[in-house]
Design a protein around this ligand. Structure first.
Ligand SMILES: NC(=O)c1ccc[n+]([C@@H]2O[C@H](COP(=O)([O-])OP(=O)(O)OC[C@H]3O[C@@H](n4cnc5c(N)ncnc54)[C@H](OP(=O)(O)O)[C@@H]3O)[C@@H](O)[C@H]2O)c1
Length: 464
């Protein structure tokens, strides 16, 4: 436990045990402030306002030495114990030693991750890595369907171009990429091309800008190619995010598309009422974890389904689900649903489709709502292997309201409302958030296959 209460500033704060094992401590934030910045080995798991951990705000500083979310301790909270005038790792080590001496930090597992200069990057040709589509998957996606290759980019933004250069920090791994790897563009969303970089949701840091809306050091969200550095013409599609409110990767999850998906499906389509029975599948994933916790906030009883005992435990102990099912261990899904829903199901949030959706048709109550969010059980099957529904006809006598939705359709109208609502829940500790972070762009193929086979526990992201 790191106790900062002796600052004498009126801010008496205790930092949770998560911070007992820092990876990095450094100083010099901004021009006239000298806070200390901490990054925890468990950085993906914490949030500044999580329950029971009244810790200061967190930042990903534009000048970060390494690309990780950091704890920002404002100056009044902890007066500088040691002043670091420059970015020198020797001095960082002095700082560690000093803090250790004061018994504020354990010194056993410190590690300086390397440094990066604060100032604007100079135009240069850089060698970096990108993820390209190697093959259209047939059935289950394989690591060999991707290739991580080296590429060269002239990192320059021309004066007057409005262009922005972004260094990727996090890549979101989303199941829909699987559909974009197909040969036939059934959805009309466009497809990845063999030999060309894949793209999707990312968070990055602006490293050069000729655009008045973005400055060096801004943290931005966008749909960019999976390449360590990307020049974004006219900064199109980029959106600044407030890294003082949450770690940047949260904007790919709980404060971004997957969290919003959960909210749209549950609140707008499911229309939950106090005391109703909610069932959600892929419950320990990016969308599912938020669905279940929101259902609790809205006063419902919620049962989640997930593919391992570890996930089942997480749902109940960490996310507050009333019950959870390891569907891989259930021989009779229908009987299992009867057991877990003696009063029937009022709302089903469907992330998996197939056999589970079919079983649900029999178990839902009159006027039930089904939010058709995804069908991951079917994405990696050949067309002839896909599940054929047997119980759909119950939709008529049970007056089921069933709606398939694509979240992007709702963003313009509702995203701000969502972020406001969800930020409040996260700050109050009503909603917790778990990420599954894989380090390194090289690991993209394995991490994506992992997402499709349930290896992820929580929202899957690549830390580039
Ligand atoms: N409609 C929209 O706009 C929208 C937006 C975002 C996401 N989605 C959909 O929402 C669903 C969840 O996405 P996510 O980003 O939150 O992913 P996720 O749940 O974080 O990860 C995918 C999970 O799916 C489960 N899964 C994989 N194969 C399965 C199978 N055969 N049967 C049952 N479960 C299986 C795995 O968990 P287990 O260990 O539990 O098997 C895996 O961890 C996906 O279907 C996705 O396409 C839709």
């Amino acid at each position: 436990m790191l106790d900062l209460s002796r600052s004498g500033s009126g801010f008496c704060r205790k930092v949770s045990a998560d911070f007992a094992d820092p990876l990095l401590v450094y100083s010099k934030w901004g021009s006239n402030d000298q806070p200390l910045l901490f990054a925890s080995r468990k950085f993906p798991a914490w949030f500044p306002h999580r329950r029971g951990a009244n810790v200061p705000r967190c930042h990903l500083p534009c000048s970060c030495l390494c690309k990780i979310a950091c704890l920002y301790i404002p100056r009044p909270v902890l007066p500088p114990l040691i002043s670091i005038p420059s970015w020198q790792s020797g001095l960082l080590h002095s700082l560690f030693a000093h803090l250790s001496h004061l018994q504020l930090l354990s010194h056993t597992s410190w590690q300086v991750l390397g440094s990066r200069k604060l100032e604007r990057m100079a135009p240069q040709v850089i060698k970096h890595k990108q993820v390209v589509l190697a093959a259209n998957p047939k059935g289950m996606v394989k690591e060999t369907d991707f290739r991580v290759e080296e590429t060269e980019t002239e990192l320059v933004v021309q004066p007057g171009s409005n262009d922005v250069a972004v260094k990727l920090l996090y890549i979101s791994l989303d199941p829909y990429y699987r559909e974009l790897m197909a040969e036939e563009d059934v959805l009309g969303f466009g497809l990845y091309q063999i030999g060309q970089p894949m793209w999707g949701g990312v968070v990055g840091e602006v490293v050069m800008s000729e655009n008045a809306e973005f400055k060096t050091g801004d943290i931005v969200l966008g749909h960019l190619k999976f390449s360590e550095y990307v020049i974004v013409p006219k900064g199109q599609g980029l959106q600044k995010v407030d890294a003082s409110q949450a770690p940047p990767s949260y904007y790919l999850g709980v404060l971004g598309m997957p969290g919003f998906t959960a909210w749209v499906g549950l609140k707008l389509i499911g229309k939950p009422k106090n005391g109703e029975q909610v069932f959600v599948t892929a419950a320990a994933g990016a969308v599912g974890q938020i669905v279940g916790q929101l259902a609790k906030v809205y006063g419902c009883r919620v049962v989640g389904s997930a593919g391992s005992d570890e996930k089942v435990k997480l749902l109940k102990s960490e996310f507050g689900f009333d019950d959870a099912i390891n569907y891989k261990e259930e021989k009779d899904l229908s009987a299992s649903l009867s057991k877990h829903f003696p009063e029937g199901i009022d709302i089903y949030f469907d992330n998996v489709g197939g056999e589970t959706l079919d079983a649900v048709f029999k178990k839902v109550n009159l006027n039930a709502r089904i939010a058709l969010c995804g069908a991951i059980s079917q994405y990696n099957l050949l067309e002839e292997e896909r599940y054929g529904m047997k119980n759909l006809f119950y939709a008529v006598p049970k007056c089921i309201q069933m709606e398939g939705f694509v979240v992007s359709k709702f963003m313009g109208e509702h995203m701000q409302e969502y972020v406001k609502e969800m930020s409040g829940y996260v700050k109050e500790g009503k909603v917790k958030y778990k990420e599954h972070v894989t380090k390194g762009l090289d690991q993209f193929p394995g991490a994506f296959v992992g997402l499709m086979t349930g290896q992820n526990v929580g929202k899957s992201v690549i830390y580039v």
